[in-house]
Design a protein around this ligand. Structure first.
Ligand code: NAD
Length: 524
């Protein structure tokens, strides 16, 4: 299967024109129609499904990605996100009633789910299709017009997206802009209604700064060093198998890949022995010959990872071989790595796994707490107290026990970082929410002035007294104890009264409300 190997950049002069066209497209109102959104979501799913061999070939070209990994970690997720949004958009987009309150129910408070407008999605190279198309599904479902800006590092996949999006989606509201720093900078100069950026934190700051100039809300999906805590009593073979898969898939270029291992010093060699067994199972003839192993995205990243490996003062115990001409770095395990090592100086984002021996669980926790909050934190243990201690003493985007990576694919879980690993969420309903404005709405009936008139001038102390009965909530006693029986009685009375009078007699309702408020106030 042939692929496009040279990415064509969108001419800089076209970028403001595309933006203006999408604004006009959005203002036409077409994206507000749920049937339109569903049609586009189906188009998105078919765009991927009809072209699976082309996506496989593009990912194999860009990242040397094995077919199974492409399906498991990328292509299937694109279809899943589109179809999940397709099936749920009616429900997600439905105007919601605000929670019932006695004081305000008559104002008919609702929450309208409105599109934010024209939004920008900027994606990185490591999952170049999914990290464009997954958020795109959420943005379409929410009714936005969207520009996606794929990574310039993935020539074949980004070219494929530029070719297919106009064929399958409505060009007046969905566009691809390809390019590098000048094109992204030009995009960022424009006013967007939301920007979702996925990538490294340094560029994340550039994006947030540019967005701030227009007060544009942003979602930053960033990275960081994801630690793994090992309880030596856990099945170390099972831990090694899961960790090795999560670390070496996509050659370690996964934002939530385990970055380093924290293991008690006395258990380090036992863990390495278990890892060595798994290593042989995974790559019986070595990773270089394996067709189950990806390559590093670019010479620049290969040089960076190779540099970290060359400078380490730890001891390479598995792998270690590299080949720049193939952008190959073997799955590598390095033991006795200290906190000041090159491998601990930045997110590795490659297939090198440092093992940091620690004297105690407290030391391991102190190390993690002393560094940036990671995007994911992993613990392998069957001991509930061990897990609780780790989770409750640390902060991270996700906290996962006895598993790695999978939380990004599990339905219903938000995907996002905290602190330097980012802010905001995506995947599934969380993508829809990210691109949705919750528009508060009321529709107050005329008769309600019977109650509201107390707010109008001329102000009197009688009006103030009546208002005060409604304005102040009941406060639990100072010891925090609350009695709920009053509420039950009130609810029963209200339902009976409303039913009895059929909402026909506002004066009676006013009297009832005031009477009930009095009961509540007197109770406390
Ligand atoms: P990258 O080099 O492909 O860049 C990402 C995007 O930023 C690209 O679209 C690129 O054009 C744009 N960009 C680059 N320099 C820019 C600049 N100066 N101004 C404006 N835009 C610019 O990918 P990357 O950033 O190297 O991606 C890897 C990082 O992304 C890792 O840190 C990884 O952990 C993180 N990541 C996070 C998630 C997540 O969901 N949290 C997912 C994947 C990757």
């Amino acid at each position: 299967m042939s692929v496009t190997t040279k990415l064509e950049y969108t001419p800089l002069a076209e970028i403001p024109t595309i933006h203006a066209a999408l604004k006009a497209g959005f203002n036409s109102g077409k994206t507000r129609d749920i049937a339109f959104r569903k049609k586009q979501l189906l188009g998105l799913a078919y765009m991927v499904k009809d072209n699976i061999p082309r996506f496989e070939a593009a990912l194999a070209h860009d990242l040397g990605r094995p077919q199974l990994e492409s399906h498991l970690m990328e292509i299937s997720l694109c279809v899943k996100d589109a179809i999940d949004a397709y099936h749920n958009v009616d429900k997600w987009a439905k105007t919601e009633k605000a929670p019932f309150t006695l004081n305000f129910v008559a104002l008919k408070p609702t929450i309208r789910k409105e599109p934010k407008g024209v939004v920008l999605i900027i994606s990185p190279f490591n999952y170049p299709a999914w990290l464009c198309l997954g958020p795109l599904a959420g943005a379409i479902a929410a009714g936005n017009a969207v520009v996606i800006k794929p990574s310039e590092n993935t020539h074949a996949t980004s070219s494929l997206l530029a070719e297919l999006v106009p064929k399958y989606l409505d060009r007046s509201v969905f566009r691809v802009v390809n390019g590098g720093i000048p094109e992204t900078t030009s995009l960022l100069e424009l006013q967007w209604d939301h920007i979702l950026y996925t990538g490294n934190g340094t560029v994340g700051k550039i994006v947030a700064t540019a967005a701030a100039k227009h007060l544009t809300p942003t979602t930053l999906e960033l990275g960081g060093k994801c630690p793994v805590f090992i309880d030596p009593k856990y099945d170390l073979h099972l831990a090694a198998r899961r960790i090795a898969w999560g670390k070496f898939a996509n050659s370690g270029q996964t934002c939530v890949a385990p970055d380093y291992i924290l293991v008690p010093v006395e258990a380090q060699d036992k863990f390495i022995a278990a890892f060595a067994d798994v290593y042989k199972e995974f790559y019986p003839d070595g990773a270089a010959k394996s067709d189950s192993y990806s390559r590093i995205i670019s010479e620049g990243h290969w040089n960076r990872i190779n540099g970290l490996l060359t400078k380490t003062k730890g001891q390479v115990v598995l792998g270690g071989d590299t080949d720049g001409s193939q952008k190959f770095i073997a799955p590598t395990v390095v033991k006795n790595v200290k906190a000041d090592d090159s491998l601990m100086s930045q997110e590795i984002f490659g297939p090198v796994l440092p093992i940091v021996p620690v004297a105690s669980l407290d030391d391991a926790i102190a190390y993690v707490r002393g560094n940036d909050h990671p995007l994911a934190l992993y613990v392998f243990t069957n001991d509930a107290d061990f897990k609780k201690k780790v989770f409750e003493s640390t902060q991270s985007g996700a906290a996962v026990a006895n598993e790695v990576l999978m939380h990004t694919a599990v339905d219903g879980l938000p995907f996002g970082g905290t602190g330097p690993s980012g802010y905001g969420y995506h995947t599934g309903k969380y993508s829809f929410d990210t691109f949705t404005h919750l528009r508060s709405s009321l529709d107050t009936p005329g008769w309600f002035d019977v109650l509201l008139r107390n707010r109008y001038p001329p102000y009197t102390s009688k009006k103030l007294n009546t208002l005060n009965r409604i304005l102040y909530p009941s406060i639990p006693s100072r010891d925090g104890k609350e009695s709920h029986w009053g509420r039950w009685i009130i609810s029963g009375l209200v339902i009976s009264l409303f039913a009895a009078y059929g909402l026909k007699n506002p004066t009676t309702i006013q009297n009832t409300l005031t009477y009930l408020q009095n009961i509540v106030l007197r109770q406390n």
